[in-house]
Ligand binder design. Structure first.
Ligand SMILES: [Zn+2]
Length: 401
């Protein structure tokens, strides 16, 4: 990856141009150098130089192809070389660690899922680093050149420093995950909040592809959001999670674990929804919901079948979330809103409640043409981490020398 001949000196423009060229080859390949020069609005000599360095680094390759509209001899085009480099995509989610070795087409080559216990005798950081090491050793034979590691997890995360300040369910305080993994492996390491990385994955590979301005809300055990503004993940180099779950919507509401009262999460998380449904069921002995244990799946199914209590409870979540989204719509003017949630199983109840609340409470000019759709990935796995790598290639960051 010798795109910079002066070690230690990062030429920002050169890096950006390399990222632009890489992205164009990804989107348009096979593509000729002349066409690249036109698309990138860079001089042919610059394209030649950037491409030569990428060829040397095994990031792109040449191929013969027939240019559109031409009947002459095949032209030489450029396509990505996606097989020469691998990276490791990791997700810590609900007590399990998923490790996926991928090539640069984002294809998964090997995937392992391990329970991640908070072992009292050693810090979580040691466990994580050991698991990554052990994975590389187990799959040594399959490894090509390793480019980077990307890891996504919940909690309070600073993507710029790679520090995990807090992590739900684990005793973690200011864990220097990025630096420690980088020192141990010698690779660049990207750390990002799970929801923010999922938003980026929807933008690059999923339901937000091609959209410049997108809000993705995740309604699960926690409630949070990611924002794509002008094609970029908002605050991607800092705290990218949009922490709407901890915005107060009822000053007299229940106390939240964050210390405040009446946070959105206390009325819109899946846990609070189930608790509300259980309370209301006590006074509804005739409900069909008594016929089986109360779970999200049974609640969603009952709502889809028209059961009143289930419908009201899920529509209530939709209204609370809709109120918050209405404010975000006026701030960000998105073209699309994605909902990632197990409650998508009751989309016929949830979505109308969200949509009508936004329509009532946001500026009509901003909400009229808004599309409301489920995320493409119900269970993104390590695709969020894969998106971090793709984004770092497109920005040129991983292409520098
Ligand atoms: Zn809170």
């Amino acid at each position: 990856m010798n795109l910079d001949t002066q070690p230690g000196h990062i030429d920002q423009i050169k890096q950006t141009n390399a990222g632009v060229v890489y992205r164009l080859i990804d989107l348009h390949g096979p593509v000729s150098r002349i066409e690249l020069s036109r698309l990138a609005q860079l001089a042919p000599a610059s394209i030649t130089k950037i491409v030569r360095e990428m060829l040397d680094a095994h990031l792109v390759q040449e191929t013969e192809f027939q240019e559109p509209g031409s009947r002459g001899r095949p032209a030489i085009g450029l396509i990505l070389d996606t097989l020469a480099w691998h990276y490791l995509a990791v997700r810590l989610h609900q007590g399990a660690l998923t490790l996926t070795l991928r090539d640069l087409s984002s294809r998964a080559l090997v995937e392992e899922r391990l329970p991640l216990l908070d072992k009292a005798q050693q810090p979580l950081l040691t466990t994580l680093v050991d698991e990554v090491d052990a994975f590389f050793i187990r799959h040594q034979r399959r490894l090509e050149r390793l480019m980077a590691i990307a890891i996504t997890l919940p909690g309070l995360i600073n993507a710029a420093s790679g520090v995990v300040h807090r992590l739900p369910s684990y005793r973690v305080e200011n864990m220097p995950l990025g630096d420690t993994l980088a020192q141990r492996t010698g690779l660049p390491v990207f750390v990002q909040h799970d929801i923010s990385a999922w938003t980026l994955a929807e933008s690059l590979f999923g339901a937000a592809r091609g959209a410049q301005d997108v809000i993705q809300i995740v309604i699960d055990e926690t409630v949070g959001a990611g924002v794509i503004s002008g094609g970029q993940l908002l605050h991607k180099n800092g705290r990218a999670l949009v922490a709407i779950g901890h915005t107060q919507i009822d000053p007299y509401g229940q106390q939240c674990y964050c210390g405040n009262h009446g946070c959105l999460e206390t009325v819109a998380s899946t846990g609070s929804l189930l608790a509300l449904a259980a309370r209301r069921l006590e006074t509804r002995p005739e409900s069909i919901l008594h016929q089986q244990p109360l779970t999200l799946a049974s609640l969603c199914l009952a709502a889809q079948q028209g059961e009143r209590l289930a419908r009201d409870a899920i529509a209530g979540v939709g209204e609370h979330v809709g109120r918050m989204l209405a404010m975000m719509v006026n701030l960000f003017n998105p073209q699309r809103i994605l909902i990632g949630s197990p409650l998508n199983q009751a989309a016929d109840v949830l979505y109308p409640a969200v949509r009508s609340t936004i329509r009532q409470q946001a500026l009509p000019a901003y909400s009229d043409a808004l599309e409301l759709t489920p995320t493409e990935f119900n269970e993104p796995g390590t695709l969020g981490a894969a998106a971090l790598i793709k984004d770092a290639l497109y920005s040129g960051y991983l292409l520098q020398g």
